[in-house]
Structure formats: C-alpha cells, structure tokens
Design a protein around this ligand. Structure first.
Ligand code: ATP
Length: 327
C-alpha cells in the first residue's frame, strides 16, 4: 500500500556530459523500509543517492517525497539526510558539537541543541563519549557519531553511502546489526548503498540491484536471492551456478548442487579444487563446455567421502531447484 511518506523516483536520469550514469529510473521506496542499493562499481548507485540527497542535480525526471517534488530543493529542505563514507566529522569540535552543528546553523539555542544531540548520541550508544574529539574515537565510534549527526535533523529518509566500508569485518557485522536496530526504532527509511552482497542480504527489507545505470531487479532479499531474474543477478549475488540445459539457462543455488552417485541424473564433471568454509566445503568442478560449477557440500558429508582435484564426479540437483533465467 502506498503511503505519503514513500520516496518515489519518477523517470530519473543523470547525465555527466555524454555519459549516462542513471537512465530513466522509476522506483517506489516504501516508507519505513531498510533498502540496500546494490550493484557493481560504476552502475549508478552513488549518483542515485546523491540526487535523492540533493548533492547532485537531476538531469531529467522527478523525486517525490511527502507528495512534494523535492528534486530542485536544497538538501536541508528535502526531508532527507546523508551519512557519508568518510564520516566528515569536524576535527576541532567535540562529538556533541559535531552532532548538533546543523541545529546551530538553523539558529537553535545551545541548551536545546545539546539536549537533542545528547538524545541522538544515547540512541547510537555514544552518550558517554559526547565530550571527546573525533580523533579520540575508534572507527566504529566515529561512524556512530556521523550517524547521530545525520539523524539529528529528523529526516524521513536517511541516505548512507557505503557506511561500513572503512570498518574491519568483525566491526562491520556488529555495526550493521546496530544500523538495522536503529532503523527499526526510528521507523524511517534507510537507503544504504553497498557493493557487498552479504551486507545487502543481511540488512535489506528490499534490495534494489542496479547494473549499467538501470535497476536490474528489486524485491525482498529472499525473493531476489531465490528468484534471480537474469544471469547477471545470479552471478552478482553469488551462491548460484548458471547451467545451460537444452538451450536454456538456469540459476541453481550452489547449496542445492550436490555430489551424486553415477547413474543419478546430473552432469559428469571433474573436481578442480575444494575449500573448507566451516559449515560447508565448496567443491569447484569443471564440466562439459568448460562450465565451472560449485557444490556446497555439508562439511561432515564431504569428509565422509572426500574428493580431490582431478577426480571424476557427478553433480546433480532436483529439477524444482532450477530457476529459468531471462537473459
Ligand atoms: N562527477 C562525475 N563526472 C563524470 N562522470 C561521473 C561523475 N560521477 C560519476 N560519474 C560516472 O557515472 C557512472 C556512475 O557512477 P556512480 O558513482 O554513480 O556509480 P557507483 O555505482 O556508485 O560506483 P562505485 O560503487 O564505484 O562508487 C560511472 O561511470 C562514473 O564514472
């Protein structure tokens, strides 16, 4: 159901000279949703985000929020806020002053802006660090301060450009849980740009996957993963094989690709390598027409009957796990 708080892109195009970065994109971002804008480098994710934020002009089309065309408004009047990859905290200001800076620009008095900054810092678990300077914070803490600073303007839509990319893998998982929790608590939309498939699958209520300046597929993380529309989507999300059978191409999840016994339905292939991944062993094989496939074999099962590079094996699947691809 549509809500006035939805954010809508209507035939939005961004051109830089002759180069088309975003090509006639229309999409409804539902209010109160965690959206991940995913895609390979150069596909137009950041341009889309920056146009929504107002940091980049729209060449053509409209951006609608709250029933208003916001595409020509200055960033501060849109009802959106942006959290940058580099955090961009002012080094000479305390965390509290950084967070409340935009309220100072609006002329809000000190007591009120400090009260609101303290509330936001509590929300992101940083209340005890309000008097520190940015360089006295860890990367994860700087990231939270930047989040509090973006949220203090009470945006309807928070825009996050690769917010986790500077964090180490352990912290990245922890902070992404926090981002999701904060989004739920506030009930506003987060639009989060990422290269990371795992990040998008873990966080997103809706994945919007871009390629070559257009949206290739959108939907819930589970739907997009289980029903990739094209070979590009299957390969980009990972965890899938692409198999050709009788002139048609299918996606087949690698955890549904099995080592079977000779005589069962499937393909005769040769093992090229295997990798231990904890719960599973990824068995990489090469088959007819040099097609490369991966079977994710549960670890116990693999070690009960291990295979080695050069071994001839048979790979099988259940017909209902084959998902027909459009292109
Ligand atoms: N200011 C600019 N001037 C000219 N071309 C630009 C500009 N910004 C982006 N582009 C081009 O527009 C296309 C889309 O860029 P954009 O930054 O939106 O992609 P992206 O998906 O966010 O990539 P990345 O993940 O690498 O940041 C690219 O081909 C890029 O080179």
């Amino acid at each position: 159901m549509r809500s006035p708080n939805d954010l809508e892109l209507v035939a939005v195009t961004k051109r830089y000279g002759d180069a088309v970065a975003v090509d006639n994109v229309s999409h409804l971002f539902a209010a109160g949703t965690y959206i991940c804008l995913l895609g390979p480098s150069g596909c137009g994710k950041s341009s889309t985000l920056r146009m929504i934020a107002g940091h980049e002009s729209v060449t053509d089309g409209a951006i609608i929020l709250d029933g208003r065309d916001i595409s020509k408004l200055p960033p501060a009047q849109r009802g959106t806020a942006m959290m940058f990859q580099s955090y961009a905290l002012f080094p000479h200001m305390s965390v509290r002053d950084n967070v409340s800076f935009s309220l100072k620009l609006k002329g809000e008095d000190k007591a009120s802006r400090h009260r609101k900054a303290n509330e936001m810092l509590e929300l992101v678990g940083m209340g005890h660090l309000a008097d520190r300077l940015p360089d006295q914070l860890s990367g994860g803490q700087q990231q939270r301060a930047a989040l509090a600073r973006a949220l203090i303007t009470k945006p309807q839509v928070l825009l996050l450009d690769e917010p986790l990319s500077a964090l180490d893998p352990f912290l990245r998982v922890k902070v992404r849980e926090e981002l999701k929790k904060i989004q739920r608590e506030l009930g506003i939309s987060f639009i989060h740009v990422t290269h990371g498939q795992d990040e998008a699958l873990a966080l997103a209520d809706e994945i919007v996957l871009m390629n070559n300046a257009v949206i290739e597929q959108s939907g819930s993380a589970r739907d997009v993963f289980n029903a990739p529309r094209s070979e590009f989507v299957a390969r980009f999300l990972g965890g899938h094989n692409v198999v050709s059978l009788e002139g048609k191409r299918y996606a087949l999840r690698s955890d549904r690709t099995r080592l079977v016994t000779p005589g069962d339905e499937g393909l005769d292939v040769s093992v090229t390598s295997h990798e231990f991944l904890g719960t599973h062993v990824a068995v990489n094989v090469i088959g007819p027409g040099d097609v490369e496939l991966t079977a994710m074999v549960p670890e116990e099962q693999f070690y009960a009957a291990p295979v080695e590079p050069g071994d001839s094996v048979r790979i099988g699947w259940t017909a209902q796990d084959l998902h027909l691809l459009a292109g």
